[in-house]
Design a protein around this ligand. Structure first.
Ligand SMILES: [Zn+2]
Length: 400
């Protein structure tokens, strides 16, 4: 598939991307220099006319994966999936434990009680990470492409109902669309499988855990997803009588992912100054174009993609910078902490024996480094024999 090359002007601002052939020609003639390897970006060394066409960016926001795709009238110019970090709350817990131990030693200090207030607009760290990732991804893309228009899919579901979906009953909903949205919520909550037999890929229906004939409500906490066969077999029984007591408890827990995204989706739209759209519109368009469901395809549709020529998607991961420093040195700079510990860290790029490798880690007290080998076994070499090409930090792009 096509891989566009991103072009910056002399001042470092993005221009329209170009083809590999043209990019190579520019580099050969010395009219450009390489500034980034992935996504491959070049910077022109001469002043040019700066004709730009409108570029529309579509972002499919998510709890674990963010899809993005940018299109012009004719071409898709970038696309991919960003996988978010999962270790945030674990790390915060770890920090809390360390802090607890450390402060336990300050027994002589007067107890403090009135410094436990959370700031206005405080959100959980894991949620904050998701918000910040959406923003920094778009910032990164804007540094590569002159994006003129942004559109974001806020949700599958009606936002008013999403405010507190667990207490908003089905009975308050009118019209087919709203009913469909509750179903969409339930599908998401129950992982698109039958809650009783676990089958997926069959038509699923909304099912009452305690049947309405026995006084069951239409609240989401009383609804689940089941296949036709199980629904008929269950008949007039409650889930407990049917032999599934856990389902009743599961239904009472709100969808964690939905709650997290609820907190941030409008902040993302607001802070990016983007337009918003809904999941059911995306789904409709995607089915019309006969595309399979994926984050990239969703983003492509959100960016109002139709018959544009697609490009090869990127897989983006986030790597901790491991370089936080709270103090400035005497010259007013932040000293790099990285250099003091193990010089090389996972995801760094190094040169060994004439070829480039990704670092998997170090061992033997940092005297040897393990190089990732795409084909075959990883190898361990003496750290003095490798040469650093680039630190792996922040958003790392890889071609799929
Ligand atoms: Zn079933």
């Amino acid at each position: 598939m096509r891989v566009p090359i991103y072009v910056l002007n002399m001042r470092g601002q993005p221009l329209m991307p170009t083809t590999q052939k043209k990019g190579k020609k520019l580099l050969r003639e010395g009219k450009a220099k390489v500034v980034k390897r992935c996504p491959f970006t070049i910077q022109l060394t001469y002043a040019t006319g700066e004709a730009r066409q409108p570029i529309k960016l579509g972002v499919d926001i998510g709890y674990t994966n963010i899809g993005f795709s940018a299109t012009t009238k004719r071409l898709e110019v970038i696309s991919g999936t960003l996988t978010l970090r999962k270790d945030i709350s674990k790390k915060i817990d770890e920090r809390r434990r360390y802090r607890r131990t450390r402060r336990g030693r300050l027994w002589y200090r007067k107890p403090r009680f009135f410094n436990r207030k959370k700031d206005e607009g405080w959100i959980a760290h894991s949620t904050h990470h998701r918000l910040a990732s959406h923003l920094s991804l778009v910032k990164k893309l804007k540094s590569l492409l002159p994006i003129t228009f942004k559109r974001i899919e806020v949700s599958n579901l009606d936002t008013q109902k999403m405010q507190n979906p667990e207490i908003t009953g089905m009975e308050y909903q009118q019209g087919e669309l709203q009913g469909y949205e509750v179903k969409e919520y339930l599908l998401e909550k129950w992982g698109r499988t039958c809650a009783y037999c676990g089958r997926s890929g069959v038509p699923l229906e909304v099912e009452h855990i305690i049947p309405s004939s026995r006084g069951g409500t239409d609240r989401v906490s009383n609804l689940t997803i089941s296949c036709r066969a199980c629904n008929v077999k269950k008949g007039d029984q409650t889930a407990e009588e049917f032999g599934y007591p856990v389902i009743q408890q599961q239904a009472k827990q709100p969808l964690k992912a939905a709650a997290c995204l609820n907190n941030i989706r409008w902040r993302i739209v607001e802070q990016l100054g983007a337009e918003h759209t809904y999941g059911y519109i995306t789904k409709y368009q995607r089915n019309k174009l006969d595309l399979e469901k994926s984050h990239v395809n969703d983003a492509f549709v959100i960016s109002s993609g139709t018959n544009q020529e697609r490009c090869r998607p990127y897989q983006v991961i986030q790597v901790k910078r491991r370089n936080r420093s709270l103090q400035l040195n005497r010259k007013g700079f932040k000293p790099s902490i990285r250099r003091q510990r193990y010089h090389l860290q996972p995801h760094d790029l190094v040169k060994f024996d004439g070829s480039t490798y990704k670092v998997k880690g170090v061992h033997c007290y940092g005297t040897r480094v393990i190089l990732k080998n795409v084909k075959g076994q990883d190898k361990s070499v003496v750290i003095t024999k490798v040469e650093l090409v680039k630190y792996g930090k922040g958003l790392l792009f890889n071609l799929c």
